[in-house]
Design a binder for this molecule. Structure first.
Ligand SMILES: Cc1cc2nc3c(=O)[nH]c(=O)nc-3n(C[C@H](O)[C@H](O)[C@H](O)COP(=O)(O)OP(=O)(O)OC[C@H]3O[C@@H](n4cnc5c(N)ncnc54)[C@H](O)[C@@H]3O)c2cc1C
Length: 413
């Protein structure tokens, strides 16, 4: 959660907020919509912590049944390999706000004051933002999960690890629902809650601190040293163990502040349709942030659907026509079956490299140029330049852009 050295202003076609299973699946899907003849769009993945979200909470995780067990560490390794292979830029910042400009583009405000602009956004922020604390999962960091019946056992584990030192409980106002379980152990609890949630929690036994963010500064045999960002500045506190209260967090998802009206299923919880679309054109929600069932498989399925939707939305905003995704959405009209997803690559488009060009590539260094300009600079005939462009599109290393003034962002749904 450290601030970066240089604020960035980043533009991309699709921005994905959150790098858990839902956000990873969405980002990969946007960049890998089809293996052939699909126009690649640019994507940015915003994640302040390590990639994987809650996938990192266990070694081997049962995903959907007693016989269907997925080794989550190899699943995570595969997802990260695809992020690297498709050269998806990971922006290590947390998103505080999401705004819309007059022409419908989204502007993401990041915690260091920088911003990312995108035609379409997938919010996949899960229950809370993570800052690497799961590196100590079950070794000083514990999670409340699997319903309230497990809670006493998890509290006991944290207390046993902490000995007579303080246990920090990272929670929110929904902790009141669990209060009885915590009240049984009237000692040494330091509740870290969002500043707005302090009111109403004054009577909790222990200490309640409203802090905007916190991070682990040190971990040693004597527990953790935490840096708490308080309204007046940062203070350090030593604690013997950390309890991340997911039961409370799952009651209220980790939404960035959306500065425009959007439909909610209940206060603070976004409403989506079966394709993960919100009522705001171009804005999708995927995974635990929708407060449906918390499951890796469900989160990834959401991410895939939202990724397709965001791709199609941004594509139409850029090129004024829907991509053909018929292999994935069979309800498309039959006459479109033979369409390619590629709009015509003619002189009006400009080349954009999405990955580092291979050394010595004839089109390296020619980003931003039109077909005519490339042909005259490279000395290659136009048909050869076009063949190289199509090859780059197929291997998803480059794309073409219409002139900026012809872009549009699509109407209300
Ligand atoms: C202890 C535990 C055990 C579980 N066991 C299972 C199981 O056995 N099987 C199963 O299928 N599921 C299990 N789950 C549930 C599963 O882990 C989640 O449903 C799944 O990880 C949700 O994925 P997600 O991508 O929606 O959210 P997450 O995994 O929570 O990822 C969200 C990401 O978004 C980031 N983020 C949040 N806010 C912001 C912001 N403002 N800006 C940028 N980034 C942000 C976070 O840092 C995080 O990395 C378990 C969960 C827990 C806690």
């Amino acid at each position: 959660m450290e601030g970066p050295a240089h604020p960035l202003q980043h533009r991309c076609d699709v921005a994905i907020i959150g790098g858990g299973p839902a956000g990873l699946a969405a980002a990969i899907r946007v960049r890998f919509v089809r293996s052939h003849e699909a126009l690649p769009l640019s994507v940015a993945l915003l994640e302040p912590g390590p990639l994987g979200g809650l996938l990192r909470a266990g070694e081997r995780r049962m995903v959907s049944g007693p016989s269907h067990r997925v080794d989550t560490s190899s699943l995570l390794a595969q997802l990260i390999a695809d992020v690297e292979r498709l050269e998806i830029p990971v922006v290590p910042r947390w998103v505080r706000t999401v705004d819309r400009t007059e022409d419908g583009a989204f502007v993401l405000g990041l915690h260091d004051g920088s911003s990312v602009t995108a035609a379409s956004v997938v919010v996949a922020t899960g229950s809370r933002r993570l800052a690497g604390e799961l590196d100590w999962f079950e070794d000083g960091v514990y999670l409340t999960y699997m319903g309230i019946s497990m809670l006493p056992r998890i509290i006991e584990r944290a207390l046993a690890k902490a000995g007579d030192r303080t246990v920090a409980i990272v929670t929110n106002r929904h902790v009141l629902r669990l209060r009885r379980a915590f009240d049984l152990h009237r000692r040494n609890f330091l509740y870290l809650v969002p500043p707005d949630d302090v009111e109403g929690l004054e009577n909790m036994p222990g200490t309640v601190v409203g802090c905007d963010s916190w991070r682990i500064v040190r971990h040693d045999s004597d527990g953790f040293v935490l840096a708490l960002a308080l309204p007046g500045g940062t203070v350090e506190r030593r604690v013997g163990a950390l309890l991340l209260d997911y039961i409370s967090y799952q009651a209220q998802p980790a939404m960035p502040q959306l500065r425009f009206p959007f439909d909610t299923a209940r206060p603070g919880v976004p409403k989506v349709d079966s394709l993960l679309r919100s009522n705001v054109p171009g804005l999708f929600f995927a995974g635990d942030v929708t407060c449906r069932y918390a499951s890796v498989t469900a989160a990834m399925a959401d991410g895939i659907a939202a990724g397709f939707g965001a791709y199609a939305f941004a594509y139409e905003a850029l090129f004024g026509t829907q991509p053909s995704l018929f292999a994935y959405r069979v309800n498309e009209t039959p006459e479109r079956f033979l369409d390619t997803e590629l709009p015509r690559v003619d002189g009006g488009f400009r080349l954009e490299w999405l990955q580092k060009p291979p050394a010595g590539h004839a089109l390296a260094g020619l980003s931003g140029l039109t077909l005519d300009e490339i042909a005259s600079k490279s000395g290659l005939p136009q048909d050869q330049v076009l063949a190289l462009i199509y090859q780059g599109i197929r291997d998803r290393s480059l794309t073409v852009r219409p002139p900026v003034e012809s872009r549009k962002t699509g109407g209300e749904r």
